[in-house]
Design a protein around this ligand. Structure first.
Ligand code: DX5
Ligand code: ZN
Length: 228
């Protein structure tokens, strides 16, 4: 698997989301990362299904919807119907994670589980064989523009090993938070294959160039003969 770049529109101008999506897609974005926050699980409040539906009308690439909300089960249908291609849910809010992962899959959407920086890898041991991807938070969720937590690098490595141990070789490790030209090669070398980047793309003078540079830096860190 090569590296997929998923620009996070959290750092884009919310009055011009369509333009932001078009710009990064023209520059080769693979996915559009959409951060949904409820003001409970995380301190910030962002967007909901209506915005995802509008994005779906203009986006050519799949929408990767990251739910930073309590009781995500209540909203899975709405986000699937709005056009999410991938939905990830935080393990910290889900006592019945197995049920939720299979509910997402039953909607025809790729199912991901997310770990906060302080959540140990063991929390996903029983579900690792069932997921389509695992999202590693490399900052505490809630805001863009935070500093990468260095421990995340070895966490990516541990999760890749766990997925492989369960035979789930096709499941990707995604990483989100503080990804830039310096951290991207490190996390790719550790096994991450979906890179979310908000400020490193949108808070620059030229988001298209920033995306291309990020991809080049990430791809240089891929193993010479890819194993997946
Ligand atoms: C943080 C969000 C991220 C955020 C990343 O809670 O989940 O997707 O947009 O922003 P950067 O890349 O600026 O750290
Ligand atoms: Zn996110």
């Amino acid at each position: 698997m090569s590296v997929l770049i998923a620009p996070s529109i959290l750092s884009a101008d919310f009055a011009a989301l369509g333009d932001a999506v078009a710009r990064v897609e023209a520059a080769g974005a693979d996915l559009i990362h959409v951060d949904v926050m409820d003001g409970h699980f995380v301190p910030n409040i962002t967007i909901g299904p209506p915005v995802v539906r509008s994005l779906k009308r203009v986006a050519k690439t799949p929408l990767d919807v990251h739910l930073m909300i309590e009781e995500p089960d209540r909203y899975l249908d709405a986000f699937a119907e709005a056009g999410a291609a991938m939905i990830s849910v935080h393990v910290e809010v889900l006592p019945h994670l197995h049920r939720t992962v299979h509910a997402i899959k039953a909607l025809g959407v790729k199912a991901g589980v997310v770990l906060n920086p302080s959540t140990p890898v063991v929390a996903i041991e029983e579900i690792a064989g069932d997921v389509d991807f695992v999202l590693v938070m490399s900052v505490n969720p809630g805001f863009g523009g935070q500093t990468f937590i260095t421990r995340s690098e070895s966490k990516v490595r541990e999760i890749r090993a766990l997925l492989d141990r369960t035979g789930n070789h096709q499941a990707a490790v995604e990483i989100d938070g503080g990804i830039d030209l310096h951290t991207a090669p490190r996390v790719v070398a550790a096994g991450a294959r979906i890179l979310v980047a908000g400020s490193a793309i949108f808070k620059t003078a030229d988001p298209a160039k920033a995306l291309r540079d990020l991809r080049a830096a990430a791809e240089r860190a891929l193993p010479a003969s890819p194993v997946r």
